[in-house]
Ligand binder design. Structure first.
Ligand code: ZN
Length: 140
């Protein structure tokens, strides 16, 4: 099952100017900045209560974020839901007819295993499933 909204991803053109805006909005600094090399994306994370906001800026022009902004402009890019077992949820959703952008979960930012549903099967909303990756032991 989907446990909660883990984060909302926001596509931004300029990481520095967007960070200044969201620092002022949230009255706090991001707790993490992370480059996701495989996706050509720079990410900036804020903790807001139980949820997070993830700013996404393209690090190259062939990044999916650059293409998204070209097509639709800046704004909300995806909604991410926390799951306990991403493979079980992928199987369940596939059996319910949902399509996925990639077949297998992959390493995402913020120490997560992630997978994206194709927005054409969810009313135009890009949905990310994410499962916390444990660094070893039992949930350490
Ligand atoms: Zn995300």
């Amino acid at each position: 099952m989907l446990n909660k909204i883990e984060h909302i991803g926001i596509a931004v053109k300029n990481e520095n100017s967007a960070t200044a805006i969201f620092n002022a909005l949230f009255n706090q600094q991001p707790y993490k900045k992370e480059v996701v090399v495989s996706e050509n994306v720079n990410t900036v994370f804020y903790q807001i209560g139980d949820s997070k906001i993830e700013l996404l800026a393209a690090s190259s022009s062939d990044s999916a974020i650059a293409k998204f902004i070209d097509k639709r402009g800046e704004g909300i890019h995806h909604i991410a839901f926390a799951v306990d077992d991403i493979n079980t949820e992928i199987k369940r959703l596939k059996e319910s007819g949902f399509e996925f952008i990639s077949e297998e979960p992959k390493q995402g930012a913020d120490n997560k295993l992630i997978c994206f549903l194709h927005p054409k099967s969810s009313n135009g909303v890009l949905i990310e499933l994410c499962q916390e990756r444990y660094s070893g032991g039992f949930g350490v």
